[in-house]
Design a protein around this ligand. Structure first.
Ligand code: HEC
Length: 198
């Protein structure tokens, strides 16, 4: 008798949950804005992502040395692919980084030097589910991903050569360094052919 009541309770709960879920999806009962922080479920799910990455990357060993050449190669990759979200050595966020609702850490300030290098490799190669962090396994070779991971591991104690290379990456907060600001006139005005004819 008790068992039957219990089973009936379970079935009713499942049906209710299904109905609630259906109604949430069907009626769009969600805050759709990307500028309004995490939803509670997203917060828990993103914790789970970090825990799973730590577990799954625990045995990864870097096959390369943090030599000047490898660090410099990693810095160049970072400048081309990562700085737009994770910033240059001034740690000032770009407009793109500011617009992400799951913030991209500005790595010069909030770096990952304390994480195992294999964990950083794993995040860069596979990306991070439920975050804007893309997977680069399809566009970078394994060695390139290790190079960028070794750079991030060593970022706060780079030898002089790589350090100079790191400083060369333009600030992402000031797009004038990289490309003209939107709406700005071109830096060298194009001559107007009609004005030169008399
Ligand atoms: C489109 C923006 C974007 C690009 C491009 C990007 N990332 Fe990320 N990345 C993020 C965001 C957002 C997070 C934060 C995820 C979180 O905390 O849930 C992140 C997280 C990370 C983390 C983990 C930080 C931590 O505290 O654990 C590392 C390491 C990282 N990115 C490295 C890179 C590297 C290296 C590249 C380039 C090869 C790159 N990212 C390109 C957005 C980006």
């Amino acid at each position: 008798m008790i068992l039957r009541a219990f089973l009936a309770g379970v079935v009713i709960l499942l049906v209710l949950e299904g109905l609630i879920f259906f109604s949430v999806v069907r009626n769009g009962l969600i805050d759709p804005r990307a500028d309004n922080g995490y939803l509670p479920l997203e917060k828990w799910a993103s914790r789970a992502v970090f825990v799973a990455i730590r577990r799954d990357s625990a045995n990864l060993q870097s096959p390369i040395q943090p030599s000047d050449d490898n660090l410099t190669a990693g810095i160049k990759i970072y400048g081309a692919k990562c700085a737009i979200c994770h910033g240059a050595s001034d740690a000032n966020a770009s407009d793109i980084a500011k617009g992400l609702y799951i913030q991209a850490p500005q790595l010069a300030k909030d770096g990952v030097e304390d994480d195992p290098v294999g964990e950083t490799y794993y995040k860069v190669k596979h990306g991070m589910r439920l975050t804007p962090m893309p997977a680069f396994g399809g566009s970078l070779s394994d060695d390139q991903v290790w190079q960028v991971a070794e750079f991030l591991k060593t970022m706060d104690k780079l030898p002089p050569g790589p350090q100079a290379e790191w400083k060369k990456i333009p600030s992402q907060a000031n797009p004038a360094n990289a490309s003209p600001p939107v709406g700005a006139p071109p830096s060298t005005p194009t001559p107007n052919p009609s004005s030169s004819t008399t």
